[in-house]
Write a protein that binds this ligand. Structure first.
Ligand code: SAM
Ligand code: SF4
Length: 339
């Protein structure tokens, strides 16, 4: 008998504010071929390869988490397609759909999609979010240190492969906020769902400042100047507030000005087995040993369940509550935890 079948299953993890956890984000690598100004530090210190959890261990953990009520798994990074075996891992995860997993998703910078999109589709990936911060080549290079054209090729390869694509754009005041209109027009032509993300204090070199943030209201002001904009109610646990702009859905993720924490159903694991109950959590839980033991120790699942229940229960109310505590012991970077 599988050691995990004895565990209380189906009942989702819950925190002290009654929020059930249904989504898990797994960063499979912190490495990236881009150097986005709002994410990567000038001199990144990569995790040591021997410290990363193997795909076998990650799979065991995903199985455990699906038995605890997780319904959606998003694979992210760093750049997830930089890690060899990423596509195969997606294929393996399909087996978990028999025990309750509903969707498997990926967030990528798009650079490798020309090569990998068809294989990802075949592997059964359900949802694909691609980051694209500018349609202007020079601006794109300034923002990411990489060329735009492989990303556009990757986006169209993914469309060709049959994906419904969401485009993620982080806006920074005075840098790429002139892209709001061009991106919405471009997304409409190609039938992509455009999403704008407020710049969060998660950049590697901690240069974030409130004055760089293009807020949800700023975006709406620009959109209203050119388009018919209607709010779509019923956001639920979706981090993006949705609007219908000239008939097309767009999303705005406004963690800073209008946070979506009240309904947060997400949990995160980084590539070396550190678990976080919130993107902004000051303390993570190092689960590497427990996760590695899942493959051969029948009791490991019980230990893991216990630790996770307690840790998840203590999830804080959200971004603003954590910011107000002014305890900045953990340097939090998006490329390490996975967005
Ligand atoms: N490399 C992949 C990519 O760029 O899509 C996946 C990892 S990346 C960390 C995931 C998402 O986080 C991207 O959409 C990226 O734009 C977003 N992101 C990174 N740093 C951010 C920040 N400081 N504020 C808001 N979003 C950020
Ligand atoms: Fe890499 Fe994604 Fe961070 Fe850009 S946002 S540096 S592509 S991990």
């Amino acid at each position: 008998m599988n050691s995990m079948t004895d565990l209380t299953s189906g009942a989702a993890f819950q925190d002290q504010f009654g929020r059930q956890k249904r989504k898990l984000r797994i960063s499979i690598t912190d490495r990236c071929n881009f150097k986005c100004v709002y994410c990567m530090p000038e001199h990144p210190e990569w995790m040591k390869k021997h410290n990363l959890l193997s795909f076998e261990a990650l799979y065991q953990f995903c199985e455990f988490m699906v038995r605890q009520g997780i319904e959606q798994i998003r694979i992210t990074g760093g750049e997830p397609l930089m890690r060899q075996g990423a596509v195969h891992f997606i294929e393996q995860l399909q087996a978990l759909k028999k025990i309750g997993l509903k969707r498997i998703a990926m967030t990528t910078n798009g650079h490798f999609l020309k090569k990998d999109a068809a294989a990802l589709q075949q592997a059964g990936l359900d949802d694909l979010n691609i980051s694209l911060d500018s349609l202007d080549e020079t601006q794109f290079l300034q923002l990411t240190q990489r060329a735009l054209s492989p990303v556009l090729d990757g986006i169209f390869a993914a469309k060709q492969a049959g994906f419904q694509i969401k485009i993620n754009t982080v806006l920074i005041k005075g840098i790429n906020d002139d892209q709001i209109i061009p991106l919405v027009r471009w997304a409409k032509i190609h039938q992509f769902e455009q999403r704008f993300i407020e710049f969060m204090p998660l950049d590697g070199d901690q240069k974030w400042s409130q004055s760089n943030v293009v807020s949800e209201q700023d975006v709406l002001t620009v959109l209203n100047s050119q388009f018919d904009v209607q709010i779509q109610h019923g956001q639920g646990s979706n981090p993006a507030r949705r609007y219908i702009v000239d008939g097309m859905p767009i999303g705005i993720i406004s963690t800073i000005s209008n946070s979506f924490c009240a309904d947060c159903d997400r949990l995160r694991l980084n590539a070396q087995g550190e678990f976080y109950n919130c993107l902004f959590a000051q303390n993570g839980l190092n689960l590497k040993d427990e996760i590695q033991q899942l493959t051969h120790d029948p009791l490991a699942a019980f230990v893991l369940q216990d630790k996770l229940r307690t840790y998840i229960w203590h999830k804080e109310q959200g971004f603003h509550a954590i910011q107000n505590q002014q305890r900045h012991s953990r340097k939090i970077s998006m490329y390490m935890i996975g967005g």
